[in-house]
Ligand binder design. Structure first.
Ligand code: PHB
Length: 394
């Protein structure tokens, strides 16, 4: 009896040791990076892939004794595809991390899988507030849309903008933008004279801009996702809203660094609120922009690139902290409360919400050395997602 107990205990111990051994012997950590490389959101994929590759070129492909293998998959920003790819990456490739997600619906599609498989889902691009609440395995290095919209509302009222028409892409982050801006703007005495929503796919802004112009607002508050800003600005100018003295305000997605230089001098003077400008004045950012442009034929990094770059840092740092332990729960716990200096400025991961905390800057488009940049002139420090606070108060 005593002997068989000892043997059983030994087997149990050996069994556990064997399991532990295999996990240690597995020398590779796979990152499944799912991002749109084709379709209307492909600029996000192009920017993010360039950034994650740069991060690896700068920091090597070995962390805590493990070899990092990056598997990049194009989902075309189609949620069903994202889900199928994530399933394959979990089951066949046995990835340690899932990362990327160019738009909110694709990040949401993977949330139940991350929970079930206990695989960290690092959201490096999508921005709807509630994404991080959809799985305890989601950690975000991109942004929450309301983080930029609330400071924008504060600045607008203080700077003589009293009547606004809001215009948003009609899907979750746009609605987040509309609601968070409007609540703050109205609270401070501003008036929203019309709220316009247009489809996400292939928007023709012209009829909506006509409607906005007819209301004679001081400004149009606009949210479009990264990649659509130039079309909006072109139609805004074609419809003569700039000549009528109507300003463009909003989160910085519309004056995306990726497209800004092609927008023409009519955007000079446009004031937006956002967490990243390629012009951000810090040594870390200057080095990042120079290295990014060098590695990508002069392409300027935008805020999506920074989300991807910081996502890589988060995964590397978490692995270092766990000593190479690839358990999903241990990795997410390691990420909570982490802080570092990003090209966007100082950032941290909120230990309660697993969302990013970053500075939001008020910026004005200016010409510098013949190029258009969003030049930061005021800072709202360490902004937590106000969208989550608003939800809690309800
Ligand atoms: C989103 O779908 O969450 C999203 C995409 C692009 C942006 C902002 C939000 O620029």
């Amino acid at each position: 009896m005593a002997r068989s107990f000892v043997i059983a205990a030994a087997i149990a111990a050996f069994g556990l040791a064997a399991v532990a051994d295999t996990s240690l012997a597995q020398g590779t950590v796979k990152i499944g990076f799912i991002i749109p490389m084709t379709g209307p959101q492909q600029s996000t994929g192009k920017q993010e892939v360039a950034a994650v590759k740069l991060y690896m070129a700068q920091h090597g492909d070995t962390v805590a004794g493990k070899k990092i293998e990056l598997i990049i998959k194009d989902d075309g920003a189609v949620p069903d595809k994202t889900k199928r790819i994530a399933q394959e990456l979990i089951v066949n490739d046995k990835v340690t991390f899932l990362a990327g997600f160019g738009i909110t619906p694709t990040a949401l599609a993977v949330a139940p899988l991350a929970t079930q498989a206990k695989v960290p889902e690092i959201v490096t691009a999508a921005g709807t507030s509630f994404i991080t609440e959809r799985s305890p395995y989601i950690v975000r290095t991109s942004f929450a849309v309301p983080q930029s919209c609330v400071p924008m509302a504060d600045w607008a009222v203080k700077n003589g903008i009293k009547r606004v028409v809001t215009m948003i892409s009609d899907y979750a982050p746009g609605i987040d933008a509309e609601k968070s801006f409007t609540a703050e703007f109205v609270k401070n005495g501003g008036k929203v004279v019309d709220a316009i929503r247009f489809p996400l796919a292939n928007p023709d802004f012209a009829p909506f801009l006509q409607r906005a112009a007819d209301r004679k607002p001081d400004a149009v508050f606009i949210f479009v996702p990264s990649g659509q800003g130039s079309i909006f600005v072109r139609q805004f100018v074609q419809k003569g809203l700039d000549k009528a003295g109507i300003k463009i305000i909003g989160p910085g997605d519309v004056v995306d660094d990726d497209l800004l230089n092609g927008m023409g001098d009519q955007v000079i003077g446009t004031v937006t609120a956002h967490f990243y400008s390629a012009d951000h004045d810090s040594a870390v950012n200057k080095a990042f922009v120079a290295a990014f442009e060098k590695a990508n034929h002069g392409m300027r990094p935008n805020f999506m690139a920074v989300g991807g770059y910081d996502g890589m840092h988060l995964m590397y740092a978490a692995l270092k902290k766990t000593g190479g332990n690839t358990d999903g729960t241990a990795l997410v716990n390691a990420m909570k409360g982490m802080s570092w200096e990003s090209p966007r400025g100082p950032i941290s991961i909120d230990p309660q919400t697993r969302d990013i905390i970053h500075n939001v800057y008020i910026r004005r488009v200016e010409k510098k050395n013949g190029q258009l940049y969003n030049v930061e002139f005021a800072t709202f420090p360490a902004v937590k997602d106000p969208g989550k606070a608003a939800e809690k108060k309800k």
